[in-house]
Design a binder for this molecule. Sequence first.
Ligand code: HEC
Length: 100
Amino acid sequence: MKIALLLTTTILMSASAFANPKLAEEKGCLACHAVDAKRIGPSFKDVAAKYADDKKAVATLATKVRKGGGGVWGSIPMPANPQVTDAEAKKLVEWILATK
Ligand code: HEC
């Protein structure tokens, strides 16, 4: 019984880990970002490393993903992403911060 529960949890967890790169692709994030390479925007691993100790990172970054902004990684700003809901932005940022 315990083993079955453990297996189900593992399967569910890996399924959601795959759902997030797909969400990033669907929302157009991967046009400017890659997990481990800098493109127009910073790599998601660099973002994860930068905010590793920042407990408020999910909230601040989720807002920035939706509203856009610049000045942190270079001279190119990120445009607003109004196609992303607040919940989706948080989900994406949680995934990004776990890519390190
Ligand atoms: C048109 C290109 C473009 C798209 C599309 C884009 N980004 Fe960005 N993103 C950038 C740039 C450029 C920066 C660096 C901004 C800066 O220097 O403050 C950035 C920065 C970020 C950061 C770090 C912000 C910070 O303050 O450190 C996160 C997190 C992020 N993007 C997530 C996303 C997600 C999630 C999506 C999809 C919903 C997305 N981006 C779509 C270009 C883009």
